[in-house]
Design a protein around this ligand. Structure first.
Ligand SMILES: [Zn+2]
Ligand SMILES: [Zn+2]
Length: 283
């Protein structure tokens, strides 16, 4: 009986919630200082605590999104950022937990009442362009930009300049075409984001002396899976790259049954943060 009542309430709420001007409640402001927001600190395994990967990097000039796993597009609304606001999406690799909201982003951008107006640049590692060509074949006009310009690019060895950001990329030890990113801001601050990776020299080089290193930390020590890091390996990368702060994310549910902070601290004595959804870090 009570189920019926709940169901009825939920229906009502849904009806009220469906307002076309869905964005008017949000007071999104860009900080003077660059800020990183974790949209999802989890993986491809559905979890109430941890959403799939997605990280916003906001500076005074640019709203940058690194990966958009399932649910990231909606989660952005919780920090006041919509599909119309993101300038640049960097994909670390093509696994669905990192890319599933790409198509929904392009589809939403065609929404008649509130179409996207800003140009959008999407970048990924080697293979990203053919991935996009396949998507285009599949969805055709449903995702074709109408009111904005879309650029799809693959990373190169050369640094890329986007407005006042400098972006560097290196291949990671995960699947073919996996890329990590280093983003340097105009005030000299920098961050590096690994995406999924195993221990490798490239992430150490990419993260050299960064202010914030965001590393995947998929499994606890003793439960390592090839192509992913454990807390002590993440600590080793932090130590060897001389980063100033370490943030652990991409946590499989099993991580929450262990003291991964302490496992990491055995190796790295600098500042470590274990990521949570919607956590904000000023860089
Ligand atoms: Zn992943
Ligand atoms: Zn992956």
């Amino acid at each position: 009986m009570s189920n019926h009542i709940d169901g009825g309430n939920r229906k009502k709420k849904l009806q009220f919630g469906f307002v076309p001007n869905i964005f008017k409640n949000f007071s999104f402001k860009v900080n003077e200082l660059a800020e990183l927001i974790i949209l999802g600190s989890g993986t491809g395994v559905p979890s109430l605590r941890r959403g799939s990967p997605g990280t916003l990097v906001m500076s005074d000039s640019t709203i940058l999104l690194v990966d958009d796993g399932p649910g990231a597009l909606r989660k952005m609304l919780e920090v006041g950022v919509t599909y119309r606001d993101v300038d640049l999406i960097l994909y670390t690799h093509l696994h669905p937990d990192h890319t599933a909201d790409f198509v929904p982003t392009l589809f939403a951008s065609k929404y008649g009442d509130l179409p996207r107006e800003k140009d959008l640049l999407c970048m990924g590692g080697p293979g990203f362009k053919s991935f996009f060509a396949e998507i285009k074949k599949l969805y055709g006009p449903w995702i074709e930009p109408r009111s904005y310009h879309l650029t799809v690019q693959e990373v190169s060895k050369e640094p890329m300049f986007y407005r006042n950001l400098k972006i560097l990329s290196k291949l990671m030890a995960h699947i073919s075409g996996s890329a990590g990113y280093r983003i340097e801001f105009k005030d000299g601050k920098s961050i590096a984001i690994s995406g999924d990776t195993d221990y490798c020299q490239n992430i150490i080089d990419l993260a050299f002396e960064v202010d914030l290193l965001v590393l995947e930390c998929s499994f606890p020590d003793g439960k390592k899976v090839e192509g992913h890091l454990t807390p002590s390996l993440a600590g080793r990368i932090a130590l060897e790259s001389h980063c100033k702060k370490l943030l652990l994310t991409h946590l499989y549910p099993v991580c929450d049954q262990f003291d991964i902070l302490n496992q990491c601290r055995q190796v790295y004595q600098g500042e470590i943060t274990v990521g949570e959804d919607l956590m904000r870090i000023i860089i």
